[in-house]
Design a protein around this ligand. Structure first.
Ligand code: NDP
Length: 296
């Protein structure tokens, strides 16, 4: 392996420590405790794991964690009423509705019912519009984490060729907006992109957010490029024993690491940064709500 490994776990721990220290100062100087409300509807096992992790990390950072678990058949109106209550609750500075929601619930309607100032996921159309127009927004946590790692590695990103593969509202599109804001030349690729290999080979910065195990091989990568692998895919791993599985990204790590200049591993790359950024966004929301200076 020739690429530098980007250690998202260590970076996330650093952010977590900074947030924890800032929360302690908020408490000591202003008597404030940031609060994050997480709403989970249904029994999706992956969502339950995410919510549990978010909960304990919130508490560990010294913030209040409020969890609202509702059955899968919860009526949409009941969920909207809960959001309204949380919007009005001064102890709640951040609201996160765990996606996906059950099919009978209009996710856009629910997300857009959240007070944009408390929308720590950055999915509300107001925050999407603010980000797209270069204004102060709540920025979605996963792309924010990717950007922080890129800035940490390179400093100024301006002028670099960036290719983002995947155009979802939660990762690909906001990632492209953030890279554009940092003056990269951005290409947003997707399932209809022609000759994706050639497009990827142009990239100084390649962000993969597709959800297809190891689909990007090393020979799609420009020598020396920085590769950020957002994908989290569980695949069978019979070599580890019968019925065993393992996590892989959207990039074929072994071949990519021979070509790239730097690369995030899966797991231990982008994943840990997402929750760290969620805590940072909750702290920012609390600071803004109280007219205080925002954390760096
Ligand atoms: P979505 O399924 O919402 O979007 C996937 C995108 O990939 C779509 O834009 C789709 O294109 C594109 N795509 C699909 N197949 C191809 C292909 N063959 N070639 C090029 N593009 C393709 O996924 P998400 O954005 O929600 O998530 C992407 C990955 O990131 C998943 O593995 C997910 O688990 C992971 N993830 C990780 C997070 C973390 O914390 N690390 C957080 C969020 C997601 P089209 O629009 O044309 O259909």
């Amino acid at each position: 392996m020739t690429a530098t490994l980007i250690d998202g776990k260590a970076f996330a721990a650093k952010i977590h420590a900074q947030v924890t220290a800032h929360v302690a100062r908020l408490k000591a100087d202003h008597g404030l405790t940031p609060g994050l409300a997480v709403v989970l509807v249904g029994e999706d096992p992956a969502s339950q794991v995410y919510v549990r992790n978010k909960g304990w990390q919130t508490v560990e950072a010294g913030m209040n964690s409020f969890e609202y678990k509702r059955p899968a058949d919860t009526p949409e109106a009941e969920l909207l009423a809960l959001i309204e209550r949380l919007n009005a609750d001064p102890a709640v500075h951040g609201i996160l509705v765990q996606l996906p929601l059950p099919g009978h619930i209009d996710a856009d309607l629910v997300i857009n019912a959240i007070d944009p100032a408390k929308d720590v996921d950055g999915f509300h159309i107001s925050n999407v519009g603010l980000l797209a127009t270069g204004q102060k927004a709540m920025v979605p946590c996963t792309p924010l984490g990717c950007l922080m790692m890129l800035r940490d590695l390179h400093g100024d990103l301006s002028g670099r060729e960036a290719v983002v593969v995947g155009r979802s509202n939660i990762v690909g599109k906001p990632m492209a907006q953030l890279l554009l804001r940092d003056s990269c030349t951005v290409t947003l690729a997707h399932s209809r992109t022609r000759d994706l290999a050639a497009v990827c080979r142009r990239a100084d910065i390649l962000v993969a957010a597709v959800g297809r195990p190891e689909m990007i091989p090393g020979d799609w990568i420009k020598p020396g490029a920085t590769v950020i692998d957002v994908g989290i895919n569980r695949i069978d791993a019979p070599e580890r024993g019968a019925g065993k599985s393992r996590l892989v990204g959207d990039v074929h790590f072994a071949s990519a690491a021979e070509v790239a200049g730097a690369i995030t591993p899966v797991p231990g790359g982008v994943g840990p940064m997402t929750i760290a950024c969620l805590l940072a966004n909750t702290l920012t929301a609390c600071s803004r709500a109280n007219g205080l200076a925002e954390p760096e």
